[in-house]
Design a protein around this ligand. Structure first.
Ligand SMILES: Nc1ncnc2c1ncn2[C@@H]1O[C@H](COP(=O)(O)OP(=O)(O)O)[C@@H](O)[C@H]1O
Ligand SMILES: NC(=O)OP(=O)(O)O
Length: 318
């Protein structure tokens, strides 16, 4: 099936933690399923840009490097932005390989491109004063307190699930490699970009400089979707639809929200901070810049049906 330039809609997909898992072996297994869901869209003629999270992975890489350095005294210190770039390479490699294998299995003549991406953030972003983004593995409170004393890193309780290291999560201002991503998409590649939100960098005028932080991948995906003027931003997570009164007997799944309705639900505290709230906020950021667009939150498994308008929670301006 040869690629025809310009056919189909362009969508930016943000992959949640359930698409990747927590260990290399788990990830290699899970991305086969993830790739099948992505190639379902490619087969429908959709031009796909894929972004993904990296919280567990960047924490794993940084922790392994810190452990090795403390143990052998020879492994160099690996700064956080470098660990973020490594996480993009590691996850992008698995995703890209799985997509290529699925394309080959279906006889679709397309290829992938991974772009290790930098994202400009602002030095005066208040997020630097208040670390909120969980990275790495879950710990007990005792383990977290011991780690904090040993390393000076910040740890917090994460939604009743355990304790995790937290780092600053500044707002994405600009995707540095956006022009390259656009050219690759226009040339017919399935592009993996802005993984982990992109490595956060300051633009010092004289050059870029890495920053120890993790940008929310849904917000960077929204930035990229707006820059594309994409037909849709698709946020894939573990639930088919956004709910009000989530996890209560009154839970109600939403098929559609206007921006005004979404803002009302946010004001009512319907979406949990650190999980669903940033996803809905990312959708609103995309729609603010791209008012004719469509933002969709759904599960990985229902991505194809959601593109076809058959499920998911769709958010539009009206
Ligand atoms: N109002 C809500 N409606 C639906 N899901 C919600 C809501 N509030 C919180 N959630 C939870 O948020 C999760 C998505 O957040 P999270 O797991 O952090 O995302 P990611 O898929 O990016 O890793 C859902 O799987 C669900 O368990
Ligand atoms: N960068 C990012 O948003 O990662 P998670 O989705 O794993 O939190």
């Amino acid at each position: 099936m040869p690629y025809e330039k310009g056919d189909g809609q362009t969508v930016v997909i943000a992959l949640g933690g359930n698409a990747l898992g927590d260990t290399p072996a788990e990830q290699l297994e899970l991305v086969r399923h993830t790739a099948a869901c992505i190639v379902d869209l490619v087969a429908e003629g959709v031009n796909v840009v894929v972004s993904h999270g990296n919280g567990p992975q960047v924490g794993m890489i940084k922790n392994a490097c810190d452990f090795a350095a403390a143990r052998d005294g020879k492994t160099p210190d690996i700064p956080f932005p470098e660990a973020g770039a490594m996480s993009q390479g590691y996850i992008g490699y698995h995703l890209s390989q799985a997509i290529l294998n699925e394309l080959r299995r279906r006889g679709i003549d397309r290829s992938t491109a991974n772009v290790v991406t930098q994202t400009v953030v602002s030095a005066d972003d208040p997020a630097f004063e208040n670390p909120t983004k969980p990275v790495g593995a879950f710990l007990t409170e005792g383990e977290a307190r011991a780690k904090a004393a040993e390393t000076g890193y910040a740890y917090r309780e994460d939604a009743g699930r355990g304790w995790r290291q937290v780092v600053a999560s500044p707002r994405p201002v600009r995707i540095v490699e956006f022009d390259a991503v656009r050219d690759l998409v226009e040339a017919g590649y399935i592009v993996v970009a802005a993984g982990g939100g992109g490595v956060p960098v300051f633009d010092r005028g004289s050059g870029y400089e890495g920053v120890p932080a993790v940008i929310d991948k849904d917000r960077s995906s929204a930035r990229m979707a707006a820059d594309f003027g994409a037909d849709a931003l698709i946020i894939l997570t573990a639930v088919e639809k956004v709910c009000v009164n989530f996890n209560t007997p009154e839970q109600e799944a939403l098929d559609h929200m206007s921006v005004a309705e979404a803002e009302r639900h946010i004001a009512d505290g319907q979406f949990a901070p650190g999980s669903m709230l940033p996803k809905v906020q990312a959708c609103l950021e995309y729609l603010a810049d791209c008012p004719s667009g469509r933002a969709v939150i759904t599960s990985l498994e229902r991505a194809k049906d959601a593109i076809g308008g058959r499920t998911g929670t769709v958010i539009t301006v009206d």
